[in-house]
Design a protein around this ligand. Structure first.
Ligand SMILES: [Zn+2]
Length: 317
């Protein structure tokens, strides 16, 4: 099938559900794509935008070749707009708690020049404007309230797709206005098909095709190497362990700033699975403490050095 390139892996049931909902073009106009991170909710939203805008034969939509499908595949579709929380603060520092700003949704003086609300109210070039709100769980009350009327009743040519872990994770006023489609981690066998021989990648266990695809492209390799280097250095002398901790801290910071998943800490947890259960549990507890320290803005080098020393004690030099 030509449109297959647009099809997210491992969610045939969900795509069939969306086709059914929208066969006559009269499905719910606000949807919530629920599920864990990296399982394919964003690609599914793009597929859905392709499906509703496709001018190919009804049974073959999205066809992959009509003008709308071509623009979607190229990432330049005029009727698809995705908003996501900004990962950096105005000072350029990586910010760990993400929040969608009100001016990304509705006009505010000095804010985003093209917020989602007015964009949705503008007539589409093809048939349907699709606005995707990523991390809808990070919508605060003020932003949600300012956008509520649109969520309740988007114009006839518009669709809103909210992406969040689940309806319980978003504000009740938002959840109650959306029809939920649930996405689950993708089957390991299915992921094996995508990346043969990748069985030791954490994404396979977590059912995350997105992370696996990025790994196949070579990005995210640094995260794995950083975790391996740290574990290796723990067998050597103390100075070596501290140096490795500094490099590990740097890689962790980088992963955070670039949004690389899985990051070094996830890889570290994965590699520690080789350890016997008791040692594994103690070691992973140390990794969790480091993770929490980083999330509460602890100094990265310090947090990672503490982690390295704790791991060294557990795993035995
Ligand atoms: Zn098409």
């Amino acid at each position: 099938m030509v449109g297959q390139a647009l099809e997210p892996l491992g969610h045939a049931a969900q795509l069939a559900e969306l086709r059914d909902l929208w066969r006559d073009g009269a499905g719910p106009r606000t949807l919530l794509f629920a599920g864990p991170e990296s399982v394919g909710r964003r690609p599914a939203a793009r597929w859905f935008a392709a499906y509703v805008n496709c001018s190919g034969p009804a049974e073959a939509r999205p066809c992959g070749v009509c003008p709308s499908c071509s623009l979607l595949a190229a990432g330049t579709h005029p009727d698809l707009k995705e908003v996501a929380p900004r990962a950096t603060t105005s000072t350029g520092r990586a910010k760990r708690s993400l929040e969608l700003r009100i001016d990304q949704l509705v006009p505010r003086e000095g804010g985003d020049p093209e917020p989602l609300g007015p964009w949705l109210l503008t007539r589409p070039r093809f048939t349907t404007r699709v606005g995707v709100i990523d991390h809808a769980e990070s919508l605060n009350v003020a932003a949600a309230n300012a956008f509520l009327k649109l969520l309740e009743e988007p114009p006839a040519w518009a669709l809103i797709v909210l992406i969040a872990p689940g309806p319980e994770a978003v504000l009740p006023t938002v959840a109650s206005r959306a029809a939920t489609v649930r996405f689950r981690p993708v089957d390991a066998a299915e992921l094996e098909r995508l990346a043969p021989g990748a069985t030791d990648h954490p994404a396979v266990r977590l059912g995350q095709p997105g992370a696996l695809l990025r790994a196949a492209e070579g990005s995210g390799d640094g995260a794995r190497r950083a975790a391996e280097a740290l574990l290796q250095a723990l067998d050597g002398d103390l100075a070596g362990a501290v140096t490795a901790a500094e490099a590990f801290a740097k890689a962790t910071q980088e992963a955070l700033e670039t949004g690389t998943e899985p990051g070094p800490l996830v890889w570290l947890r994965e590699l520690l699975r080789r350890e016997p259960p008791q040692r594994y549990a103690t070691a992973v507890a140390a990794v969790d403490r480091c993770d929490e320290a980083l999330a509460s803005y602890a100094q990265a080098t310090l947090a990672c050095t503490v982690l390295a020393l704790e791991l060294r004690a557990v795993l035995g030099a």
